[in-house]
Design a binder for this molecule. Sequence first.
Ligand code: ATP
Length: 369
Amino acid sequence: MASLSLKHINKTYPNGFEAVKDFNLEIEDKEFIIFVGPSGCGKSTTLRMVAGLEEITSGELKIGDKVVNDVEPKDRDIAMVFQNYALYPHMTVYDNMAFGLKLRKVPKPEIDKMVREAAKILDLEPLLDRKPKALSGGQRQRVAMGRAIVRNPKVFLMDEPLSNLDAKLRGQMRIEISKLHQRLGTTIIYVTHDQTEAMTLGTRIVVMNAGVVQQVDTPQVLYDTPCNLFVAGFIGSPQMNFLDAVCQKKGDKVVLKVGPADIELPPSKAKKLIDGGYEGKTVVLGIRPEDVHDEQMFITSSPNTVIQAKIRVYEMLGAEVYLHFDYEGATMTARVDPRTTARTGDTVTFAFDAEKIHVFDKETEKTIT
Ligand code: ATP
C-alpha cells in the first residue's frame, strides 16, 4: 500500500516566510498526483517535505499507515527524480542505474536483474554500455528514471523532470511517463508549473497559489468547473477570456451587460446569480476560447450572446485558428475552425456558447456558476 496522507501541513522557513499553508490531501494507492501552480507557490517545498528533505513545521504526514514526519528520507520508501538529473559522467548507463544498489550492498546477480528489468521498461537495453555524454536529453532523462525504478519504491516523487528538455522531447517523455505509471502501478507525485503537463499526466491535480491549495480535482473537472478565477485562468491554454459585466434583469431574462452587448444567461445560471443577490452588481464573465464562435460556426443555446469586434491578430495553427481581438478593455481569443474566412482587420460577430459561460464574484473571485 502506498497511500499518502497530508494533514494540516505547514512550512515556515527559518526567515519567517510561510511557503505552505494548511495543505490537506489524501492520496490513494497508484494515483498520479500533480502539484501545479506558478513559480514560488510552494509545490517543491511540499514535495520536499514528503521526501523528507525539508522539515515539516506543523501537521502530519503519513505514508501508508505510518506517520513519517521524523523518518529519515532513506527510510521512507520513496524515490525522487529531479529536474537536473545529474548522472555520473564517467559511468555507463548500467553503472549509473546500479550505483545506488551497490551502495546498499545488494548482491550482484540481484542488481543485474533489477537493472535489466528497468532498462527493459524504459527501452534502455541497447544503451546500457554507453556513457551519458553519448545520450540524447530524453535518453538521459530515462536513465534518471531508471535509477529511481531499480529501487522499487512505493512512491515516486518527480520535481519538474522534463523542464530541461525541448518541447518535442517533453511531449514524447510525457507519454513515456504515462506508460511507466501504468506498467509500474506505483503512486506518483509530480511537480510542474506547466498546465499542459498537469492536464495530460495527472489522475488528479492539486492547483496551488501562494502556498495555498486552490482546488484538487481530475483534469476534466478542473477544466469544466474551476472553483475560482485563479484556477480558471491557470488551467487551459490559451487561457480563459475574462470580461467585467453587470448582471441585469431584462423582462424574464437575466443578462450580463458588457459594453453594448447583453449576454443572455441560460435559466440555471440566471437563477444562481439572482438567488446570490448579484442583480445590479459587477461580476466577471469567463468564457473559454473554444466557446467563442465566429459567425459561420454559430453553435449556441441562445442567439442573444453576440459581440462584435475587430480582429487584431489571426493566428493559424494548422488544425485550428486563434482570432485575437480587444473587447471592452479586455484582450480576448477565439479558437475557431481553420476554414474561417475571418482575417486580421475584419470586424467579426462572435457568439458565446451560453451554457459554457462562467461567472465569478468580482471581490472574492469565487465561482458563482
Ligand atoms: P518553482 O516552480 O519556481 O520551483 P515552487 O512552487 O516549487 O516554485 P518553492 O520552491 O516551493 O516554489 O518555494 C516556495 C516559496 O518559498 C518561494 O517563495 C521561495 O522563495 C520560498 N523559499 C524556498 N526555499 C526557501 C528557503 N530555504 N528559505 C526561505 N524561503 C524559501
